[in-house]
Design a protein around this ligand. Structure first.
Ligand code: ATP
Ligand code: MG
Length: 392
């Protein structure tokens, strides 16, 4: 068994310990469970404290003043206590999973051991009582010591019940820097196709956590090795990854792979990303298309510096120093010493049309390339002069 120190238990769980005491005073069993226990024994900080109890949701609601029915169907009630929120879930077992994800039957049960059995990995299946004693029926502590992710009980069965667990394995491996135990990994290979049953939103949410993890490169390569990506839109087109994307943002990773493997925009649409994520990915395409067509001034004027530096580094364009050193007299049209109405007034005989946009662009170009100063008389003079030349 791994050594862990109970010394700081009271500081770390602080007010939450009172919740266990209150439940116990009302003659129920109650424990901390899941991620907070795992992170606690690993000396890692955590945000959420989950509690598991023999009290039924209605009973939990009777005991505490501030409760929210966050997942009452599955036995979860959120309690607000001393400025913090806690998820309190009744001991339950699950059976007859439908479509490899949803348990048909959720049954409330009287003891902790059945509840721990339904949990995905040994490292997530530990509980702690109010004194700080660890309950570890599935040797989670040992697996933490060995740095491995292993399912609770037979992996093939556990992945067949709920296929999302396969992606959770890679996500935890990335976050914790753990490897995936051999039988568990082989079961992922065997059951990979079942990931088709899982909604793309849940899949993407796991990928995002995986990409943010400290072991993201290795875990993503391991995921590719399992070939589970063959059953996931977009990712099915990736057969290898040899770039260090450890510091890339999610949109940058998606952009990089779509460009590298010529993956169609339609495939990206299947990932149901947010509008702002799609916009960001399109921006990277736009920058790369224009990188050699625009002057540095035009690039810096049109795009965000971080986006430009990302593209510059990715394709080794080697202009990042120049980009950083550029200092433009204006950052957008609002800073230009003329309004679009004033431009329209100057050419009052012209009907409104796309020419206005063109004029604005030529003014901006002249100012950023320092051909004229950002001063109204100079801008007007420039407009009139240019109009004559354009009409010649
Ligand atoms: P995180 O730090 O990312 O929140 P976590 O371990 O708390 O990690 P959650 O997704 O919040 O993960 O789930 C809380 C606990 O519920 C897990 O530790 C695990 O015991 C259990 N659990 C969650 N999802 C599943 C699942 N799909 N199958 C089995 N058990 C699960
Ligand atoms: Mg959690």
């Amino acid at each position: 068994m791994i050594e862990y120190s109970k010394n700081n238990f009271k500081e770390i769980f602080s007010d939450a310990i009172e919740l266990l005491e209150i439940l116990e005073k009302n003659s129920y069993l109650a424990y901390f469970v899941g991620g907070c226990v795992r992170d606690y024994v690993m000396n890692k900080s955590f945000y959420d404290i989950d509690i598991t109890t023999s009290a039924r949701p209605e009973e939990v609601k009777n005991i505490f003043n501030y409760t929210i029915d966050t997942g009452i169907k599955h036995g979860t009630v959120t309690i607000g206590y001393k400025q913090k929120y806690y998820e309190v879930t009744t001991f339950r077992s699950e059976s007859n999973y439908i479509k490899h994800r949803f348990p048909e039957k959720v049954e409330y049960i009287g003891d902790l051991s059945e509840d721990l059995k339904r949990r995905d990995f040994t490292i997530n299946a530990m509980a702690i009582d109010k004194e700080g004693n660890i309950i570890d029926f599935h040797n989670g502590l040992e697996d933490i010591k060995k740095n491995i992710i292993r399912t609770v009980n037979e992996p093939n069965e556990r992945f067949d019940e709920d296929a999302l667990r396969m992606l959770r394995a890679f996500r935890f491996s990335s976050q914790l820097g753990f490897s995936i135990e051999e039988k568990t990994f082989n079961a992922i290979k065997n059951n990979a196709e079942l990931i088709k049953y899982i909604s793309i939103e849940r899949i993407i949410s796991e990928f995002k956590k995986l990409f943010l993890g400290k072991n993201n490169i290795n875990s993503f390569n391991l995921l590719l090795k399992s070939e589970i990506n063959k059953y996931i839109p977009f990712f099915e087109h990736i057969n290898e990854s040899n770039i260090d994307f450890s510091n890339f943002k999610f949109e940058q990773i998606i952009y990089y792979f779509s460009d590298k493997h010529n993956i169609d925009l339609k495939e990206i649409t299947k990932l149901k990303l947010s509008n702002s994520e799609i916009k960001q990915i399109k921006t990277y395409y736009s920058i790369n298309d224009n990188y050699n067509k625009y002057s540095l001034e035009q690039l810096v004027y049109k795009y965000n510096i971080d986006d430009l530096l990302f593209i510059d580094n990715l394709y080794l364009y080697n202009r990042s120093e120049d980009i950083k050193n550029i200092n433009l007299p204006i950052n957008d049209f609002n800073a230009v010493d003329i309004t679009s109405q004033e431009i329209i007034n100057i050419f009052s005989d012209k009907p409104k049309g796309p020419w206005i946009k063109d004029k604005i662009k030529s003014i901006e170009d002249a100012i950023i390339h320092r051909k004229i100063d950002n001063k109204k008389e100079q801008i007007i003079e420039f407009l009139l002069r240019k109009d004559i030349i354009d009409n010649e």
